[in-house]
Design a protein around this ligand. Structure first.
Ligand SMILES: [Fe+2]
Length: 273
């Protein structure tokens, strides 16, 4: 893994550059069955409500939202139903991927509806977005099974031009936080073996770690996102809460393959819009 990519940023308040595609990644929403559920002192529903208000005020021209796992904390139908209702306030499709806290079947059944969908891929302009499930039943870590790796290989071979972005829940590389690295993606090397054969892949993005990561491997950006609720302290050896506010990641995909990205933190954490 190389140094941070020092990506440029793009203010999403103005009109998008012609041909570019704006995305917003939200991750680890951790909704509970009960509306009063708190994750280490933070109410995920209230926290996401504030963040969605901020996104609606500050992010214009967003083509799609990517929700990268741990969308529920307890995989209950009630949590997914409440999250679907919250996400309907966003003015673009929301592409959802399961995390270790999710149950993929329950998630598909109760979260899908209206603009909220759980696809395997999407085509936006010249960009091929591929969504991978790393859910591993009974484990906090994740893995890509052989069938998914084959499907990924075939999907990339079928659309070799012009650019691709991969989204999943678990980080495919260690992030330097031992307790988190013990529950990352078990077979990140298998993922990179596929990606190395397909140079159109520009970036891999994920959630799970509740903190920002910015790295580069073989010309592919590797970006981790904060959570919309509790943050985890970078470099911690065991669970430690970070006092940074919740946030989201904005991405602008350009026709020439460049991606501008920035993590945006909530101005006033926990406020309801
Ligand atoms: Fe999480």
């Amino acid at each position: 893994m190389g140094p941070a990519s020092s990506a440029e940023t793009d203010a999403h308040g103005s009109a998008p550059e012609p041909g570019s595609i704006r995305l917003v990644q939200i991750s680890d929403t951790h909704f509970g069955r009960d509306r009063d559920f708190e994750f280490d002192g933070v109410n995920p529903r209230r926290s996401l409500g504030g963040l969605i208000g901020q996104i609606r005020r500050e992010e214009s021209g967003v083509a799609a939202f990517l929700a990268t796992g741990d969308l529920s904390h307890d995989a209950s139908p009630e949590s997914y139903t409440a999250l679907r209702e919250a996400l309907q306030r966003l003015a673009a499709p929301v592409f959802c991927i399961p995390g270790n806290h999710d149950d993929p079947g329950t998630m598909r059944r109760f979260l899908s509806g209206g603009r909220v969908v759980c696809p395997e891929a999407a085509q936006l302009g010249g960009w091929h977005l591929i969504f991978l499930s790393t859910h591993l039943q009974g484990s906090q870590g994740g893995a890509l099974d052989p069938g998914q790796l084959t499907a990924l290989e075939e999907a990339l071979a079928a659309r070799p031009q012009p650019h691709a972005l991969i989204a999943l829940h678990h980080p495919p590389v260690p992030i330097g936080s031992p307790w988190m690295d013990a529950m990352g993606l078990e077979n990140g090397e298998d993922l990179f073996a596929v990606l190395d054969r397909h140079p159109q892949v520009r970036a891999v993005i994920w959630g799970h770690i509740h903190q920002e990561v910015d790295a580069l491997r073989n010309g592919v950006h590797l970006w981790g996102a904060p959570s919309t609720c509790v943050q985890f302290k970078p470099g911690a050896t065991r669970y430690e809460r970070d006092d940074r506010p919740p946030g989201h990641r904005r991405l602008t995909l350009h026709p020439d393959g460049r991606i501008l990205t920035q993590v945006v933190r909530q101005v006033s954490a926990g406020t309801q819009a």
